[in-house]
Design a protein around this ligand. Structure first.
Ligand code: DC
Length: 227
């Protein structure tokens, strides 16, 4: 069968990466977590003390200037996107709450998007990929053969993310996770450059009442009927 590009976009914490990973495994495709790339640039900015002001008064210029020297390398191992910054594996740090708090602000910077979209398109040239994110079906691969758009009730999403993070970040409260999820959605959907938006030809899946298996069944059903 000819290899295609599959885009999975949608709101924060809707389980896009879980489904994308599973689908990639099922098809023997490469899974690419585009959010991890935005998180990596955010981590880089935090580590270099480029984010010391409030987000409201943040000046992205030092980060934009440093982008040229940024050594970002992605490896796709066992269905996971492993991110190396200057040769160091930073993947575990990308889930830190501080990264989650800043990532939508960093992702709104046009130069950051330009830099990462070019990299995503380069990776996608090989086809046979499932990429998840916010603008994959609209901007990165508008020609993708199959597109999904995930949505769900914010409280349900926050609860799932909270349970996921509880072991690694025991001090985190449900309220803080909910606030972050809602705030990121607002920021992602209202930014000027490639905002979070459903592509006209994307299939919407509301996962509020769906288990991981039920969601995957829906995806497979779509795949088998050719979209
Ligand atoms: O998928 P994620 O939650 O790991 O993504 C983190 C943030 O990165 C998200 O809040 C917005 C940004 N992002 C983006 O702007 N465009 C993408 N294609 C992927 C993520």
């Amino acid at each position: 069968m000819q290899k295609i590009i599959i885009a999975i976009d949608g709101y924060a914490a809707t389980g896009k990466s879980t489904q994308a990973k599973r689908l990639a495994q099922h098809l023997n495709y490469t899974y690419i977590d585009s959010g991890a790339m935005y998180r990596a640039v955010t981590y880089f900015a935090l580590e270099n003390n480029f984010c010391t002001t409030s987000q409201e008064h943040w000046n992205p210029q030092p980060l934009v200037t440093a982008l040229g020297q940024l050594q970002l390398e992605m490896r796709f191992e066992d269905g996971q996107t492993v991110v190396l910054l200057d040769g160091e594996d930073v993947t575990p740090a990308l889930r830190d709450h501080r990264v989650a708090q800043w990532v939508s602000t960093v992702a709104a910077v046009p130069e950051v998007r330009h830099f990462l979209v070019a990299e995503q398109q380069r990776i996608g040239r090989a086809k046979g990929i499932v990429m998840d994110g916010r603008d994959i079906g609209t901007v990165v691969f508008p020609e993708a053969e199959l597109k999904f758009f995930f949505t769900a009730d914010a409280k349900i999403r926050a609860q799932r993310r909270f349970e996921e993070l509880q072991n690694v970040q025991p001090n985190l409260t449900f309220e803080a996770v909910l606030e972050n999820v809602v705030q990121r959605d607002q920021q992602d959907a209202s930014r000027a450059v490639s905002p979070l938006r459903k592509a006209d030809d994307a299939i919407t899946i509301d996962v509020s009442q769906l288990s991981i298996d039920a969601t995957f069944d829906k995806i497979l059903a779509t795949l088998n009927t050719g979209g």
